[in-house]
Design a protein around this ligand. Structure first.
Ligand code: SF4
Length: 311
């Protein structure tokens, strides 16, 4: 886990600005929107964007010096409470971000977006005094989120079209199977992160969905990181009373499966399914911490090897 972030795959989280607009099912229970509401800034969602303070930006200098002194590379997740390629953001803000990326060569910048269609037009602008993008800057990784197969098909080609030292896919919250990703081909992800949803309205993740991604990654030699189950753990026969969900939505948090349930029984009537075309499955709501991050009994902490190392 990172030094100042609770994100398992990064050392730091940096928000150059705050605010966003919901786009797809993965945004339904956006934790950043919930955070904005909780902290009295609801206008930041579906509305205004706000740049973070100079002091916040100055942390980058500290992180870069610390990584240099330790002789390590530190991964920075940008941004958790906004979207880097949001077209509602003034281009001057993004120019500043690109400048800071050049000032911090000991940091690997993980630019994760749900708007990959904007990446190409928002690449560093040489008219703003920035170096040309060329084959990709050595400390910038591009990623997009795909919560289901539809979003994967829609978003991934935009990431694949832009050169970068690492291109990654965040399958989180994973809300359905992604299908065959053909990971052996040119332009496929170099790294896949998978995880279930957390928070009060979290939807469960069928275990076959991350398993399938893990197996595809293993077969193709692609790095795989299993981040978390989220709120819900798949049903285990001896674990006590169960809470179940239907088609990815929580229908009744207090429903119990009959004690005599077994996997051979048809669950068509009165019992509930998750996901299309998958067998019925039951889940227990145990909370993110208890649910943990073991998939079939082990942690998966794969990280990609950048095509070219930063100096
Ligand atoms: S893109 Fe991210 S930050 Fe923006 S609304 Fe969706 S989940 Fe929230």
């Amino acid at each position: 886990m990172g030094a100042n972030t609770r994100i398992e795959w990064a050392d730091h989280t940096f928000n150059p600005w705050l605010g966003c607009t919901r786009l797809s099912p993965a945004c339904d229970y956006c934790y950043a929107a919930a955070w904005a509401k909780r902290t009295g800034k609801p206008e930041l969602w579906e509305g205004e964007r706000r740049r973070t303070s100079p002091g916040n930006w100055m942390q980058l200098r500290k992180w870069n010096l610390a990584a240099e002194a330790a002789g390590v590379r530190a991964r920075v997740f940008c941004a958790s409470l906004a979207d880097v390629f949001d077209n509602q953001v003034p281009s001057r803000w993004r120019d500043d971000l690109w400048h800071w990326i050049t000032y911090t060569p000991h940091l690997d910048w993980l630019l994760l977006t749900k708007r990959p269609q904007n990446i190409e037009r928002f690449l560093p602008d040489t008219r703003a005094g920035l170096p040309a993008w060329g084959d990709g800057w050595p400390n910038v990784w591009f990623g997009t989120t795909a919560e289901n197969a539809e979003e994967y098909r829609r978003r991934w080609p935009h990431v694949a079209a832009v050169p970068a030292v690492v291109r990654f896919l965040s399958a989180e919250p994973l809300l359905g199977p992604l299908g065959d990703l053909d990971l052996g081909r040119v332009g496929a992800p170099d790294w896949i992160i998978a995880g279930g949803e957390s928070g009060p309205y979290a939807r469960p993740m069928h275990p076959d969905w991350p398993r399938d991604l893990r197996d595809q990654c293993e077969a193709a030699g692609v790095a795989f990181l299993f981040k978390q189950w989220g709120e819900w753990l798949p049903w285990e026969p001896d674990a006590g009373p169960y809470l179940i969900a239907q088609n990815g939505r929580i229908e009744d948090r207090h429903a119990l499966l009959p004690a005599d349930i077994d996997n051979d029984r048809s669950w068509d009537d009165g019992l509930w399914a998750v996901g299309e075309g998958l067998s019925h499955f039951a889940f227990q709501r145990v909370g993110k911490k208890t649910a943990g991050r073991l998939l079939d009994g082990r942690e998966h902490n794969g990280l990609p090897t950048p095509l070219r190392r930063a100096a």
